[in-house]
Design a protein around this ligand. Structure first.
Ligand code: ATP
Ligand code: MG
Length: 332
């Protein structure tokens, strides 16, 4: 089996419907076909200021949502990044073969640093893509399923893998970016030209995986549409309605054209009521399972520790090879 690796930051109280339909659903599909490694990048989370108690809580909440959403810890490897020290260790070595100019070209840093106010951005935020390269290269994956926004970072991982291999000898598998083109992209319900995002300024346009049916209904009912009445898919002129159709289709598995013909002559309100019911019904068992997992944090921590142990078996072998190749003395 080819290996794949992916992760989502514990940077909010909950994953949202975009994370779920755009990423998690694909992960769940992949765990049968691939040797899948999923992790929670808490080392990455602290590149911007975090409240310690919140970070710990959010890490567990994210783990619970991965599992409740269908990640099966018996089929894949699921772990928390900080529990596998090899990530930070390999990142240091990779830092030392990355050029300043090369790191400075990463566009995500520019965006995120601007949000922080450039003088306040941390060095960690600057080296974020290099830690991400370490995350990937440690596991020798064949592919990294990511959104278009991560293409540049996977490209850097490939460059660093090739550079290390040619300087020190064949060590790393050079990973492919599996850009998930066919996967659903979900937009903000209040601002349907912007993607649904954990870092959105207001939660009004988000549906979170742990939202109760009342909240889901409220968010969908107040979703921004347009002044026409016709239900059809047109991203350009009708981004709001199109987004509702995308969500409907992704959850029900019904093609958009079929939904459009089913709702011919009906009003936006009908679509919204039905969609709210569909989404709530779909999220109910996920919310229930996540809450169940969160009610026993000791058991959840045990599952994660087991995952970290499995991950270290792979990661420590790669790191040992790297350390020896760069000339570090063996530690026994
Ligand atoms: P942030 O605002 O902190 O960047 P985010 O909501 O963009 O958070 P990420 O942690 O950056 O979430 O992304 C996790 C995964 O979810 C990635 O694979 C990303 O492509 C996917 N994803 C994020 N937002 C959406 C969306 N609106 N629609 C579909 N997929 C999404
Ligand atoms: Mg993002």
């Amino acid at each position: 089996k080819h290996r794949v690796l992916s992760g989502m930051q514990p940077s909010a109280d909950s994953l949202h419907l975009g994370n779920y339909l755009g990423a998690l659903v694909n992960w769940v599909r992949m765990q049968d076909e691939y040797d899948a490694v999923f992790f929670i990048p808490d080392l990455h989370a602290i590149t911007v200021p975090q409240d310690p108690a919140e970070l710990a809580r959010r890490t567990r909440v994210t783990a619970a949502q991965y599992i409740a959403g269908g990640v099966d810890v018996d089929k894949c490897t699921l772990f928390v990044q900080s529990q596998v020290p090899e990530h930070a260790q390999l990142a240091w070595v990779l830092n030392c073969i990355t050029g300043m100019g090369e790191a400075a070209r990463m566009t995500q840093f520019k965006d995120k640093a601007q949000k922080q106010g450039s003088d306040h951005a941390s060095v960690g935020l600057f080296t974020y893509p290099i830690l991400q390269a370490a995350d990937i290269l440690l596991y020798q994956p064949h592919g990294v399923p990511v959104g278009e926004d991560q293409r540049q970072h996977v490209e850097l991982s490939r460059d660093l893998a090739n550079r290390f291999n040619s300087r020190f000898g064949e060590t790393f598998q050079v990973p492919e970016a599996f850009i998930q083109k066919e996967s659903a992209k979900i937009y903000d319900l209040q601002n349907p030209t912007a993607k649904m995002s954990k870092s959105a300024e207001s939660p009004a346009g988000l549906i979170n995986l742990l939202d109760d049916p009342k909240t889901v209904a409220k968010r969908i009912k107040s979703a921004v549409t347009d002044t026409e009445t016709e239900i059809r898919y047109d991203r350009e002129n009708k981004p709001g309605v199109s987004n509702l159709l995308t969500i409907y289709s992704a959850i029900s598995g019904t093609p958009v054209e079929k939904i459009v013909s089913d709702y011919e002559g009906k009003m936006y309100g009908h679509l919204k009521v039905d969609l709210a019911e569909l989404v709530s019904g779909h999220l109910a068992p996920i919310r229930e399972r996540a809450n169940e997992l969160l009610s026993d944090p000791a058991e959840l921590d045990r599952l994660l520790a087991h995952g970290a142990h499995k991950a270290r078996e792979i990661a420590s072998a790669t790191l040992a090879d790297v350390y020896s190749k760069v000339g570090f003395l063996p530690y026994r």
